[in-house]
Design a protein around this ligand. Structure first.
Ligand code: NAP
Length: 184
């Protein structure tokens, strides 16, 4: 089974986006973590595969179409998309999109044995299912210095209390990076 890291950015009130999937708050990270272990590119380079929910996939496609992302931001890593849609729309520069529907334990079991470091991109609905199945090994969060009031939460759903221990924390400007590891 791959090691699964939930890596994402949240507001101070634990939201992944504002109303209407608005990701404008991500601009608050501009200029933070210019290097070191929480530099975005460095964290991303540590993953060989990724999983995301259908809503997150849609928002990324919309951002590409709007020119907010120049291209698919995850390179050629295999990307599993949890969706009830029968097929996924093609995305330029995303050569390996794999739709999945069902129990997330089966999703993780599908990940090729050679892939060992999976990025759980989110969103909160999919993350809640991973937490329910105790499949989250690590959480890396960038915390933005603002509250959003409404919007999707970091984790949604019903799951037992899952304790993580704080492995590291760093600040850069007014942003904070937290790294938690599952205490099993
Ligand atoms: N700030 C960050 O770092 C960050 C990271 C990730 C996401 N986000 C934001 O978070 C928001 C999305 O989060 P979300 O919680 O609303 O949604 P999500 O987890 O991205 O997607 C949920 C959807 O995925 C599909 N799905 C989930 N589990 C499934 C399963 N087991 N089998 C089949 N389909 C499944 C369902 O869609 P269908 O039934 O329609 O197929 C479900 O409605 C977006 O605004 C996104 O931009 C932010």
């Amino acid at each position: 089974m791959p090691h699964v890291t939930y890596f994402g950015a949240v507001s101070l009130d634990g939201r992944l986006a504002g109303p209407g999937d608005d990701l404008a708050f991500l601009d608050l990270f501009e200029g933070t973590f210019p290097d070191g272990p929480y530099h975005m590119e460095i964290v991303i380079a540590g993953f060989d595969s990724l999983v995301m929910g259908a809503t997150t996939f849609r928002v990324i496609r919309e951002r590409i179409a709007a020119g907010l992302h120049p291209t698919w931001p995850y390179g050629d890593r295999p990307a599993w998309v949890a969706t009830h849609a029968p097929e996924l729309p093609r995305v330029p520069d995303a050569p390996d999109l794999r739709p999945f529907a069902g129990d997330v334990r089966q999703l993780v079991a599908q990940i090729d044995p050679g892939l060992t470091r999976t990025w759980l991109v989110g969103g909160g609905d999919l993350a809640g299912q991973f937490l329910a199945a105790d499949l989250v090994d690590k959480i890396i969060l960038g915390i933005a210095p603002a509250l959003l009031g409404r919007g999707p939460a970091l984790a949604e759903g019903t799951f037992p209390l899952r304790a993580f221990h704080l492995a590291d924390l760093q600040r850069s400007g007014s942003a904070v990076a937290l790294c938690y590891e599952r205490a099993r």
